[in-house]
Design a protein around this ligand. Structure first.
Ligand code: EPZ
Length: 417
């Protein structure tokens, strides 16, 4: 079982480049189902989840290949419209083949994803959205069976903001007959990235990045090229790595606008943070103030940076109250941070973090989910002595060569089989 071994106490300094965004790459790959032909993707991160998505597309009859640093999808008529449990259970985002298959082939059989470590994560809003477009949706034997002669545009209000639900709806409505108006949609940058790619394929989507989106259905879409946006969560994680070790780190090839909520909180905590068009720099600070955060949909503080920020607050002056409003069980990292000496009291969706500026002490800890594993690595960078993070396969789902990037900044970190 892979482990990450971290020797604490090294200040990180220097420049590091962000990879392409996992949470955009997966979606644009699913969108290739909508248009036959050769799709070319640049800046795709080499991650387990990207591999899983490519495997799923292959199981449906599409061909994928890496050509140096480009990922190519040869999309053609699917040989199957069934996404099997053994593929879907590995990656919840597989549900995003539902909308494209329904729109293009009038049918989709997709395994229910099942729960995951951070919460139940149902797909009820995805299914309501498909029904609004006229699909017949039945749940049977652990699978979603969806059918529609031809999807018809509709006016649909999402009762909760859902990134995946918005994306499934965008892809389905692109080929529906007539116009679809969506309200209370997600505004994440990954939504904007997907919309820009779909429009390049010939879709007619407007209003993306705001709460109301309009999609005029078209007859046909065509294959296109796309360069995936930078990964704002990786960029935020690397910034916090600089902050927590008291170093000066510049994160390049990122979009500072996507990191505004984190930058505001770092500044509120006392850090000097400077930005230019494609990079953000955090400067050395010996002691920082505890600040409260509440996670919420973009542009507010991202739930995917909550665990990493909690590691930083474990060393702050004072007490920080961290509220997790997006997922019902996203404090799995708390018990593990406490093994390193952090003083945290988790209560359902709120964790009270009493900062310990004197620092943490290294210990063996266990990763439970993707962002929790990042949080434990960050804490290990500053904890005295050695920290061993086990089940590090969680990290590989969402970070491309993180240990290489951190070592290049001065961290003493290595992987042990
Ligand atoms: C995406 O997940 C991201 N994953 C998550 O990142 C991210 O945390 C999340 O958006 C929120 O920003 C990918 O893009 C692959 P949601 P998604 O639908 O689409 C509930 C990471 O670490 N909900 O916005 O699954 C749901 O249970 C991952 O990279 C319903 O109730 O998130 C959750 O509590 C983790 N019914 C909340 O909404 C539904 O039909 C937000 O979920 C759909 C969602």
């Amino acid at each position: 079982m892979d482990k990450m071994i971290v020797q604490g106490g090294q200040q990180l300094n220097g420049k590091v480049k962000t990879s392409g965004a996992k949470n955009s790459a997966l979606k644009v790959l699913f969108a290739t189902i909508l248009a036959e032909g050769k799709h070319v993707f640049k800046n795709v991160p080499r991650l387990k989840d990207v591999e899983s998505t490519a495997n799923l597309l292959q199981s449906l009859g599409l061909e994928t290949e890496w050509n140096s640093d480009e990922l190519i999808v040869h999309s053609k008529k699917l040989t199957s419209v069934e996404a099997h449990y053994d593929l879907v259970r590995k990656m919840r985002a597989s549900i995003l083949c539902l909308g494209p298959m329904l729109a293009k082939y009038g049918e989709a059989v997709v395994s229910l994803p099942g729960g995951c470590a951070i919460g139940s994560r149902p797909i009820d809003l995805h299914l309501e959205a498909m029904k609004a477009l006229g699909a017949e949706v039945i749940l049977k034997d652990g699978y979603v069976h969806a059918k529609a002669k031809k999807l018809k545009g509709a006016h649909f209000l999402f009762e909760n903001v859902t990134v995946g639900g918005t994306e499934n709806m965008m892809m389905a409505a692109s080929l529906a007959e007539g116009t679809t108006v969506l309200e209370n949609v997600a505004k994440e940058p990954e939504i904007v990235d997907l919309a820009e790619y779909l429009n390049r394929m010939g879709a007619k989507i407007s209003g993306f990045g705001t709460s109301v989106m309009k999609i005029e259905g078209v007859e046909k879409l065509k294959a296109a090229e796309h360069s995936v946006m930078p990964d704002r969560i990786e960029a935020g994680t690397l910034l916090i790595a600089g902050a927590i070790t008291g170093g000066e780190v510049t994160v390049e090839s990122c979009n500072p606008v996507h990191l505004e909520s984190l930058i505001l909180k770092l500044r509120e905590s006392g850090f000097r943070v400077e930005t230019d068009k494609t990079s953000v720099t955090v400067f050395p600070l010996k002691e920082w103030e505890a600040v409260d955060i509440t996670t919420a949909p973009y542009p507010l503080f991202p739930t995917d940076l909550q665990a990493q920020f909690m590691a930083l607050m474990s060393l702050a002056q004072g007490t920080s109250v961290i509220s997790e409003t997006v997922f019902e069980n996203r404090f799995m990292h708390v018990q593990e941070l406490m093994r390193l000496g952090a003083d945290i009291t988790p209560k359902s969706r709120v964790a009270v973090v009493r900062g310990k500026p004197k620092g943490l002490s290294g210990a063996p800890v266990m990763a439970t989910d993707l962002r929790a594993s990042a949080s434990l690595v960050l804490a290990g960078l500053t904890a005295k002595g050695e920290t061993q993070v086990s089940r590090i396969y969680h990290l590989d789902r969402g970070y491309e060569k993180l240990e290489n990037k951190l070592s290049a900044l001065g961290a003493k970190i290595s992987r042990k089989e």
